[in-house]
Design a binder for this molecule. Structure first.
Ligand code: FES
Ligand code: FES
Length: 221
């Protein structure tokens, strides 16, 4: 009977294993030296492959910011002039330079409607508009709706119709609703829903928002 040990080739374990025990007849030292050369060479090759060729130079992080420029607006009937970085949005100019924080920043990407204000009577997403693009414009924010202690009819309707839950989207909803009433919008609930579709409410107060808008629409003008 065949000795089972004779079926397994002897695996060299000693660092001084004879040359004939390694493939190709190389000694262990020669084998390790070759493997090291290949590894280092591969690393250098990969580094060369990943090296980005010279392209357009980005401004260095230490570049000074662009000089601030003046923008003059009429906000809620008051003339306002502020200095802004040219990259400042109307939303940030209102909130951070004029301290009108009633206008909310939701997505900051034109997708939620929380930042809606009226610019020259039309609803605008203030996060998508640079402050400097609105030089000389008439801007109306939620702070400009009430007359002293008397709420705007749309604010009143939002309260009586229970059209807000957390309230975060509410200033944008109200400004959008006020703007909508001067647009050629149909009179059905579906028309109102369509016209308000850019205003997202995470609390899903939509039925009551539509009811509030319809309530104001029916008021005698
Ligand atoms: S914050 Fe402007 S649309 Fe969302
Ligand atoms: S009331 Fe909460 S997001 Fe609209």
């Amino acid at each position: 009977m065949t000795d089972p040990k004779s079926l397994s080739p002897e695996v060299p374990t000693s660092p001084e294993a004879p040359a004939s025990e390694l493939p190709g007849g190389a000694t262990r030292r020669e084998f390790i030296a070759t493997a090291t050369t290949v590894t280092v060479g591969s690393a250098l090759f990969l580094e060369a492959c990943h090296h980005t060729p010279a392209g357009p130079q980005l401004p260095s992080p230490s570049s000074p910011p662009p000089a601030e420029l003046e923008v003059s607006l009429t906000v809620n009937g008051q003339p306002r002039t502020v200095k802004v970085d040219p990259r400042t949005t109307l939303l940030d100019a209102l909130r951070e330079r004029m301290e009108l924080t009633g206008t909310k920043k939701g997505c900051d990407h034109g997708q939620c409607g929380a930042c809606t204000v009226l610019v020259n009577g039309r609803r605008e997403l203030s996060c998508l508009s640079l402050a400097l693009m609105n030089q000389g414009a008439e801007v109306r924010t939620v702070e400009g709706l009430a007359q002293g202690e008397t709420l705007h009819p749309m604010q009143e309707a939002f309260l009586t119709c229970d059209a807000l839950q957390c309230g975060y989207c509410t200033p944008g909803q109200i400004m959008s609703a006020v703007g909508l009433l001067s647009e050629p919008c149909g009179t059905s609930d579906a028309d109102v829903r369509e016209a308000m579709s850019g205003n997202i409410c995470r609390c899903s107060a939509y039925p009551n928002i539509v009811a509030a808008i319809q309530q104001v629409r029916r008021l005698p003008q």
